[in-house]
Design a protein around this ligand. Structure first.
Ligand code: EPU
Length: 429
């Protein structure tokens, strides 16, 4: 869904329709991007299934191609990645691509593991504020890599990495992915403690094991990796995207109706489901996924984000949108990223009554929102604005919709299939 120069892309949303039907939950963005990087670790033909057709996957494919690794679609959600012998891989992630997608930093671990050498553009800040990679570098250094930085690039070098005991200062999600991929080919045993436990990290570990890696403790906060000399290509089906599922849950909560979330896995979002239950959303398991039903105005409940199994920071924009029309007052606290509240001013443009205080938002639920032009500043903020606009009276235009396409498979189409009035538009500017 690439944009055309001179055209502003936006989603036009007409609010006020209950949602009914089936929402197919896409494959997880924050798993597949790392799993694509993991293909660096083994030569041959990798088959990834349940891959979401999103812009970030296309950018990751471009990055891999710039290194000599080709990927192509073999079906609607089947991506084939062909990794050449190590000697033909170019271990460079250039500024132009890293700047488009922060997740590209996860090529660092596999490149150093496989080639003993990697040069990547230092990721800059983004709309959440300062996002350093110091923990990634410290952890991979413990395996024996040496890093230097110059002209905006970080270069890592190592002979074969050696297993080590690594304690992460914070359970960083991509930090864990990176050090895990670095360690699978290391000599000896690596123990990574205080690691991230997100389902997407576990899915990466499962895929690595299917390639011949020896990782145990998957799903716990300590991963133990017995290094192996080489891996084979992957055959892997990506887990469903819990953030995509939360977007549909939020939309049902705000708009009422009943929707089957096909493929949603309750065990990946237990805390979220508990909170939504406290809000008054009815959610029940179904053989095909989860069914969400909402028949009345939701109740306000305070919420804080925490690393998994806590409420994910990525759920918060959706939850803040939902709370904007819930009955009562709530405080929402963001504990992961300092600057992640830019969407609050946009929700206020829709008539929400909320104010930020440092890393808290104080929300007083209003009876209804009114449609307005608003602007998405990142993927989840954009999705939250669409969800809120679906519940607002009249028409909204959500500009910056390119952010949403980075992480969601055609969100307008999937919401329109539920009866929501959302369409893709562009205008000259
Ligand atoms: N941090 C450091 N140093 C580091 C790494 C992280 O200080 O070396 C800090 C960060 O600044 C932040 C905190 O640690 O304050 C947590 O960051 P984490 O490393 O866990 O986040 P991430 O790995 O960069 C991933 C997801 C995000 C998601 C977060 C939290 C991917 C590609 N991104 O980011 O997803 O919000 O974990 O779960 O996996 C999104 O999908 O829209 C998105 C932003």
């Amino acid at each position: 869904m690439t944009s055309v120069a001179g055209q502003a892309n936006y989603f036009r949303v007409e609010g006020g329709n209950p949602l009914q039907g089936e929402f197919r939950v896409q494959g997880a963005k924050n798993a597949v991007l790392k799993q694509m990087a993991a293909t660096i670790l083994a030569s041959g033909e990798h088959h990834l299934h349940n891959v979401p057709r999103i812009d970030d996957v296309d950018i990751m494919s471009e990055l891999l191609l710039s290194m000599g690794i080709r990927s192509e679609w073999a079906g609607e959600d089947h991506l084939v990645v062909v990794t050449p012998p190590a000697s033909e891989i170019k271990p460079l992630a250039a500024y132009e691509l890293v700047e488009k997608i922060r997740a590209s930093v996860v090529v660092l671990g596999p490149l150093i593991a496989r080639l003993g050498n990697a040069t990547i553009s230092m990721p800059g800040g983004d709309d959440f504020g300062h996002r350093p990679i110091d923990m990634h570098l410290a952890a991979i250094s413990e395996l024996g890599a040496a890093f230097s930085t110059s002209h905006g690039y970080v270069e890592g070098k190592a002979a074969r990495l050696r297993g080590a005991n690594i304690a992460l200062e914070f359970p960083s999600h991509t930090g864990t992915d990176n050090v895990l991929m670095a360690s699978v080919l290391a000599e000896g045993t690596t123990i990574i403690s205080n690691c991230a436990r997100e389902p997407e990290v576990s899915d990466l570990a499962l895929m690595l094991n299917s390639m011949g890696a020896r990782i145990s403790g998957i799903g716990t906060s300590t991963l133990t990796v017995e290094g192996v000399p080489e891996l084979r290509p992957a055959q892997h089906s990506i887990i469903p995207d819990r953030i995509d599922a939360s977007t549909a849950l939020g939309a049902v909560g705000m708009n009422q109706g009943e929707v089957l979330l096909r493929g949603a896995r309750a065990e990946h979002m237990e805390m979220l489901l508990r909170k939504l239950g406290e809000l008054g959303l009815e959610i029940r398991p179904d053989a095909a996924g989860l069914v969400a039903r909402s028949a009345a105005r939701l109740r306000a409940v305070s919420i804080s984000s925490l690393p998994y199994p806590g409420i994910a920071t990525d759920f918060l924009p959706i939850l803040v949108a939902v709370l904007s029309t819930a009955d009562g007052d709530a405080i929402v606290t963001e504990n992961i990223f300092a600057g992640r509240f830019k969407y609050v001013d946009e929700l206020r443009r829709l008539g929400a009554n909320m104010t930020t205080h440092g890393h808290h938002v104080a929300i007083r639920g209003v009876a209804s929102l009114q449609g307005a032009p608003v602007k998405a500043t990142d993927i989840r903020a954009g999705a939250a604005l669409v969800v809120a606009a679906l519940a607002a009276e009249g028409e909204s235009r959500v500009y910056g919709s390119g952010h949403i396409d980075r992480g969601y498979v055609d969100l307008p189409r999937r919401l329109a299939e539920l009866g929501g009035k959302v369409e893709r538009c562009s205008e000259a500017h």
